[in-house]
Design a protein around this ligand. Structure first.
Ligand SMILES: [Zn+2]
Length: 293
């Protein structure tokens, strides 16, 4: 049983998906999964665990990389092939979530109970569909200015958005689902993700990530394809390639490992998102879906 809010808990999450978030058409699409073995070694060195949000299209790659260690980790769903669920017809959303869940279950022999929406794009309809399909939790929201304009009733005020896990209730149907937001620092709301570390570079990352106060549970995220040096690919927009990921690859992996080791040194305990959703012994705030969308 995970006990109290005061305990320093960290959920490490990794999205395992096509390289360049799916822009790598015409190139090998899963070179990034080669980073998984060194990532797992890093986790072992800090006695950590991880929740992998895997696209069904990458499930076999993840299985191969984890060897016989898959049961030490949580395998959750990141959709079929990283197509945003907000961009497909509504009558296909449920089918796509079910199909990805089925492939992941067949591959890992465990039914996923958690979901992260591809490209961080969710909607009231998508989240309600997850609740209908009995997903225990979603972990998509990122309560910083960067993401908030997506939520109609929250606008651009990040401070109106919960930063700790909460329950979303859909009044009309008595459905509910737990939302586990990606963490932001309590000051400046800097997201706890290796994407942000590589974006701001080594010095600023070290300064910010070592000194800022982190909430607990701390939910952080990374991607398999951004922490290893994969070949450049034609067709990747310059905004994604040069501007969005100036320090990706080995540099990003170094920042990530420094940060995780720092967490270990400062007393964080590593748990899976599922454990947080099912065992965290703290009453969750309830937010009506209508307050969000
Ligand atoms: Zn993703």
């Amino acid at each position: 049983m995970i006990k109290t809010q005061r305990e320093k808990l960290c959920v490490i999450t990794m999205d395992v998906e096509p390289d360049w978030t799916g822009y790598a058409r015409g190139c090998p699409q899963y070179e990034g999964v080669k980073a998984l073995r060194k990532f797992v070694s890093l986790l072992e060195s800090i006695q950590g665990t991880c929740t992998f949000f895997v696209c069904a299209s990458a499930a076999q790659h993840l299985l191969a990389a984890l060897d016989d260690k898959a049961s030490s980790y949580e395998i959750a769903s990141h959709g079929l092939n990283h197509t945003p669920l907000t961009r497909i017809p509504p009558n296909e959303v449920g089918l796509e979530i079910k199909a990805s869940g089925r492939i992941i279950e067949e591959t890992f022999k465990v039914k996923p109970v958690g979901f992260r929406c591809p490209m961080g794009m969710s909607s009231r309809f998508v989240i309600k569909t997850l609740a209908t399909l009995q997903y225990v939790y979603d972990s998509t929201f990122l309560p910083s200015i960067y993401h908030l304009s997506r939520f109609r009733n929250i606008g651009n005020d990040p401070h109106r958005f919960p930063t700790l896990p909460f329950k979303i209730r859909f009044q009309e149907s008595s459905l509910s689902i737990i939302e586990i937001p990606i963490s932001v620092s309590t000051r400046f709301r800097i997201p706890a993700g290796s994407y942000w570390m590589q974006l701001i570079g080594t010095r600023l990352s070290a300064l910010l990530y070592e000194s800022l106060f982190w909430p607990t549970p701390l939910v952080m995220y990374t991607h398999s394809w951004t922490i290893t040096d994969i070949p450049r690919c034609e067709g990747v927009p310059i905004l994604v390639d040069k501007v969005g990921y100036p320090n990706r690859g080995e540099k990003e992996f170094k920042l990530l490992s420094q940060f995780l080791k720092h967490l270990k040194r400062t007393g964080f305990k590593f748990v899976k998102a599922r454990e947080l959703a099912e065992q965290w012994n703290v009453p969750l705030n309830v937010v009506e879906a209508d307050e969000i969308w």
